[in-house]
Design a protein around this ligand. Structure first.
Ligand SMILES: [Zn+2]
Ligand SMILES: [Zn+2]
Length: 301
């Protein structure tokens, strides 16, 4: 259910008609115009639908939007504190924030809280604690603990030529360009997750930056083919013994309880440990999500 407050302008008209014996009719009309209206709802307790963004100093009119048999209507909340207090188990006096509905035992604490409670876009917020039994989070993304299958370390060299540009205008900038750096060569080395390296790839010549990007794209294409052809598992006597005696999953640390498979690295073939079959599947490499870090200058300079 959503409350739509089209306009915060509300006119309350109170008409009091007194008919006296002298057929004198007195009509008193009181018109009150305000532009600070809060709208609350009810779902097992008070909830916030709309909080006026008007200045705090403006007196608020609090309305409760009630839905019954598909029909909705507004009711005036005479005393919001009282309504909220009825829901709380606290016996003493409490002042409530109309934004997050949190109660404070004294007014000073509430006043201190109010500026902090104006969230992004001054939207109403209310902290809802998770239910018992759904209040524990455990780390699930075990695949993110895996090292990148390959990492590329690269470096550029550049020729510096004197910059032939316009004279520095001190009114515009204090930075004087003196030399132009043009990439003239590069070299990179690809390192597998177990440290195995291939021969460095080098280039010297024109359009060095473009050549490097082309070479890296080709590396990416080759690396992303690897998960499709996983290496066969390599197990030595120690691995076999470790697997036989394993009682916990090496991925999630949970007890195996008979659900045990041999987990191995699809890049190197190395046995990693005993794992639950579900945990083992989570570690499967995907060409789409495989990241290949390229590190320049050892991440310095
Ligand atoms: Zn609050
Ligand atoms: Zn597990």
């Amino acid at each position: 259910m959503k409350a739509h407050v089209q306009s915060e302008k509300l006119t309350l008209t109170l008409t009091l008609t007194l008919t006296l014996t002298l057929t004198l009719t007195l009509t008193l009309t009181l018109t009150l115009t305000t532009n600070a209206i809060n709208v609350f709802g009810w779902e097992k307790g008070v909830i916030v639908y709309h909080i006026s963004k008007q200045h705090e100093a403006l007196q608020r009119i609090n309305l409760l939007l009630i839905e019954k048999a598909g029909k909705t209507h507004y009711t005036w909340i005479k005393d919001l504190n009282r309504l909220l207090h009825d829901q709380s188990k606290y016996e003493g006096r409490k002042s409530f924030c109309d934004r997050c509905l949190h109660g404070y035992t004294n007014e000073a604490l509430l006043e201190k809280h109010k500026p902090l409670c104006r969230g992004i876009g001054q939207t109403a917020v209310r902290v809802e604690m998770p239910e018992e039994g759904k209040n524990k989070l455990t780390f699930q993304n075990h695949h993110r603990q895996l090292p990148a299958p390959y990492i590329i370390y690269a470096d550029f060299e550049a020729l510096t030529t004197k910059f032939e540009g316009p004279e520095l205008d001190p009114d515009q900038s204090n930075t004087q360009q003196t030399h132009h750096h043009e990439a003239c060569s590069w070299c990179y080395i690809k390192v597998r997750c177990d440290g195995l390296t291939e021969a460095p790839v080098e280039y010297r010549g024109p359009d060095a930056a473009e050549h490097l990007l082309r070479a890296l794209e080709e590396e990416e294409r080759m690396i992303k083919k690897v998960p499709a052809k996983p290496q066969d598992m390599l197990m030595n006597c120690e691995d076999t013994e470790a697997h036989r005696s394993a009682t916990t999953c090496h991925v999630c640390d949970g007890p195996l309880n008979g659900d045990s498979v041999r987990d191995h690295c699809h890049i190197t073939g190395k046995y990693r440990g005993a794992a639950h079959s579900a945990c083992n599947l989570k570690l499967r490499l995907s060409p789409k999500t495989t990241i290949i870090p390229v590190v320049f200058h050892n991440l310095r300079g």
